[in-house]
Design a protein around this ligand. Structure first.
Ligand code: CP
Ligand code: NVA
Length: 308
């Protein structure tokens, strides 16, 4: 039996993604109803970058599933002293039933998964943030009653993890994804190709635009993210001036569909990519979105462990 991993959003087929989202809704209603980690079985949750939501929601969620979370600062592991990722992975497989990892390049988590005997879950890489997008989809479906056919506009850095994951995870759910990004901050071409292929199966779509007002016109969901992702703080690029016109503020929100909601994976940089007025206003779904990390990740772990 091959082990199932969740390294990027399109690792789940449309029907598998739907099964995970349905399970997430079930677990939200009955948080202690399933115990796939009873024993307790252990899950290693490793961080090479900062985290509030991901760390807390995995720790709480693994405990609620009957398991033991082992949270490790990856910077303190031997991994930080030249032990290879593959050797680390071989050892982890002898101790735990799943590995959750927040790291830098996607190729690092691919290396971890390549020799792992247990499921490996991406808790954010430079390229993808797929656990976040499961929670985002759960939130949109709660608010709108459906996913397929809705339009989600993402405004911001198109080359970052959230843009890529919203694109791939969104079209998997049959959403129409519009991205509006400054010049030089476009999504990775090969991920756009992958998303368009997936969109052809689900009747979703991917459109890349330059005018924010055109991009939000009639959209059901607006989403944004920081203009400076973790690890980019000193990359020497101007991450403010070309982004200013993409701020989600009341004037932009007014151009979206009536009842449109706003998503942000958080942490938010208030007054930069989103205004206080929008983040604290009636369209904001960000606190439910943060809560849903817990339910969506529990569902994902339950589903992955059932496949083994
Ligand atoms: N959205 C998100 O992943 O938050 P943290 O960085 O706090 O985990
Ligand atoms: N794009 C952001 C997401 C934080 C949850 C980052 O990578 O820092």
């Amino acid at each position: 039996m091959t082990v199932r991993h969740f390294l990027r959003d399109d690792d789940l087929s449309p029907s598998q993604q739907l099964a995970v989202l349905d399970l997430a809704d079930e677990l939200k209603k009955d948080p202690l109803g399933r115990k796939p980690l009873a024993g307790p079985k252990s899950v290693a949750v490793l961080f090479e970058k900062n985290s509030t939501r991901t760390r807390l929601s995995f720790e709480v969620g693994i405990a609620q599933l009957g398991g033991q979370p082992i949270i490790v600062d990856g910077r303190m592991m031997q991994l930080g002293r030249e032990e290879t990722i593959e050797d680390t992975s071989r050892v982890l497989s002898r101790y735990v039933h799943a590995v959750v990892w927040r790291t830098f390049a996607q190729k690092r988590i691919e290396a971890m998964a390549s020799v792992s005997a247990v499921p490996v879950v991406n808790a954010l890489t430079d390229e993808f943030h797929p656990c976040q997008v499961l929670a985002d989809l759960q939130t949109v479906r709660e608010r709108k009653g459906k996913l397929a056919g809705l339009t989600l506009t993402y405004l911001g850095d198109g080359a970052n993890n959230m843009a890529h994951s919203l694109m791939l995870g969104g079209v998997t759910a049959g959403l129409h994804i519009r991205l509006v990004t400054p010049e030089g901050f476009s999504p990775n071409d090969s991920f756009v190709v992958d998303a368009k292929k997936r969109a052809a199966e689900t009747e979703g779509s991917v459109t890349i635009l330059t005018d924010p007002y055109e991009a939000v016109d009639g959209a059901d969901v607006l989403a944004t993210d920081t203009w400076t992702s973790m690890g980019q703080e000193n990359d020497g690029r101007d991450r403010v001036t070309p982004f200013r016109r993409l701020q989600i503020n009341s004037a932009l929100l007014e151009r979206a569909a009536p009842g449109a909601i706003v998503l942000h994976c958080l942490p938010a940089h208030r007054g930069w990519e989103v205004t206080d007025e929008v983040l604290d206003g009636p369209a904001s779904a960000v606190w439910d979105e943060a809560e849903n990390r817990l339910h969506a990740q529990k569902a994902l772990l339950t589903w992955l462990l059932e496949q083994a």
